[in-house]
Write a protein that binds this ligand. Structure first.
Ligand SMILES: Nc1ncnc2c1ncn2[C@@H]1O[C@H](COP(=O)(O)OP(=O)(O)OP(=O)(O)O)[C@@H](O)[C@H]1O
Ligand SMILES: [Mg+2]
Length: 455
């Protein structure tokens, strides 16, 4: 019996409806083009088919999901497609979109794209700071044919599931490695050429963790009056990733360091952190972190930071999370774990600020978490004079030495207020020592409510 006969025999044996009348199996019927009266014509044809006992052709539908589309394109069963999915953070979702956009551009003539749920592919803007940005794919599937990304065809799907972004690679049956490789390559390409590298980023948490490039005003050492010992410690801290980096690495030391700036409000801790950020910008990516991120998103933050390569993370006011009474809360443990995690990655510098190192849980101060706890003191008389000189017009000829002798205990922020109030009340041109002295000793510069009866 020929192969064809065998097939007929099998078919005939398969059911009573085939016996006698239909010697040949009919191919699955498909709808012809029924022109403008599509619906009515379909109903009529379906009726005739039913009368004849023939199957009603199924209307070819647009595939709904990426795997449905790929299964059809690759002519394989959808159930055996290889699919590797990874959840990603909203920030990484856009960043992987950036890399995917580059892959699409590199194979523009070969790739095929589809949107989610029969819609058009979706795009969003990735902010690159300084008014620049790029549009990147955020929902849809891109099919890279064999010979483009890999020897095998591979498709990258990006989108949201129940609001959470994900990234999926699909490959032909038996080629799970191709799908895995594609996702690894996306990560590697992002790490190799990160669009945020070398920039200053602001991490904030309006509901979720967001990281956006910002353009901070550069802050120099000349704008900040601090004792020489403080600057020396700052130099040592920076040396880990600048001049001493290779020495440390060659001898197997970590180049990651943590510096905790401690001091009362207004002594210039935030400003010092900004000066360090200005000095290391370019060498490192700078990530400025607000207190709300510290409380909730530390783990996620350091995960994202890891993709950035060498970076400086500035954590403001860690007493808001690391205080003694926060022990036992999950975010405190998370915070410590994240700090420890940062140490295992090379070239991550952390600068944190606190008003009161005494209130910090000893676990925060354990060696290894911060290498240095640097006390930033309020200025001495000489420092106070230098700060007044910084904020008062040089031409005014005010005896800043004399004024500062009346301001024992004042911080840099206080001194700036004295200068500001003096300029507000008297202008810059004819400012006298007596006027500034009067303001300094009267306490008018303090942000207290003005006393008086307004009625
Ligand atoms: N040592 C200083 N030299 C020059 N200016 C200073 C100094 N300290 C404070 N200032 C001025 O006061 C402003 C406020 O200081 P900053 O915000 O850095 O204080 P802080 O120590 O971070 O305070 P807080 O603990 O309240 O956050 C600075 O931007 C700067 O203008
Ligand atoms: Mg501060």
């Amino acid at each position: 019996m020929s192969t064809r006969d065998e097939r007929i025999a099998l078919n005939n044996a398969s059911g009573p409806e085939n016996s006698g009348l239909t010697p040949e199996p009919h191919p699955a019927p498909a709808w012809p083009d029924l022109g403008p009266h599509d619906e009515a014509a379909r109903a009529a044809v379906a009726g005739i088919a039913a009368l004849l006992g023939r199957p009603i052709p199924e209307k070819e539908t647009e595939p709904r999901t990426a795997s449905e589309w790929l299964a059809r394109t690759w002519k394989v069963n959808e159930a055996v497609l290889e699919t590797v999915s990874r959840p990603v953070s909203p920030v990484l979702h856009l960043l992987y979109g950036f890399v995917l956009g580059r892959w699409i551009a590199a194979h523009a003539d070969e790739v095929t794209q589809r949107g989610p749920e029969r819609r058009a592919p979706q795009m969003a803007r990735l902010d690159l700071g300084s008014g620049t940005g790029v549009t990147v794919p955020t929902a849809g599937t891109v099919l890279f044919p064999a010979g483009t990304r890999d020897e095998q065809p591979v498709a990258i799907e990006t989108g949201y599931q129940f609001g959470d972004p994900f990234l999926t690679a699909h490959a032909m049956p038996g080629h799970r490695d191709v799908a895995e490789r594609a996702l690894d390559a996306l990560s590697a390409d992002l790490a190799a050429d990160h669009p945020y590298r070398g920039r200053t980023l602001q991490a904030a948490a309006p509901g979720r963790l967001t990281i956006k490039p910002v353009t901070p005003t550069p802050q120099g050492r000349a704008d900040l009056v601090l004792p020489r010992e403080v600057w020396h410690e700052v130099d040592l801290f920076c040396a880990g990733v600048t001049t001493r980096r290779d020495t440390l690495r060659a001898l197997g030391h970590s180049t990651s360091r943590g510096l905790l700036l401690a001091g009362p409000p207004g002594v210039g801790k935030t400003k010092l952190a900004r000066v360090i950020a200005t000095e290391l910008k370019g060498t490192l990516t700078v990530v400025l972190v607000t207190a709300d991120v510290l409380r909730t998103w530390m783990t996620e933050l350091y995960e994202e930071v890891r993709t950035l390569g060498p970076c400086l993370v500035v954590l403001e006011e860690i007493d808001s999370v690391g205080g003694k009474d926060s022990r036992g809360s999950t975010s405190f443990g998370e915070f410590l774990d994240a700090l420890d995690g940062a140490r295992t990655t090379d070239d991550v510098l952390t600068v944190a600020t606190t008003n009161d190192p005494g209130s910090l849980d000893p676990a925060v101060k354990r060696p290894g978490r911060f290498d240095t706890i640097l006390e930033v003191p309020p200025p001495d008389a000489e420092g106070r004079k230098a700060i007044l000189d910084l904020y008062l017009p040089p031409r005014a000829g005010v005896d800043t030495g004399l004024v500062s002798s009346f301001l024992d205990g004042a911080t840099g922020a206080d001194l700036r207020e004295v200068a500001r109030r003096s300029l507000l009340e008297h202008g810059a041109d004819e400012l006298t020592t007596d006027q500034v002295l009067d303001i300094a000793t009267s306490g008018r510069w303090k942000p207290a409510p003005v006393a008086g009866n307004y009625l």
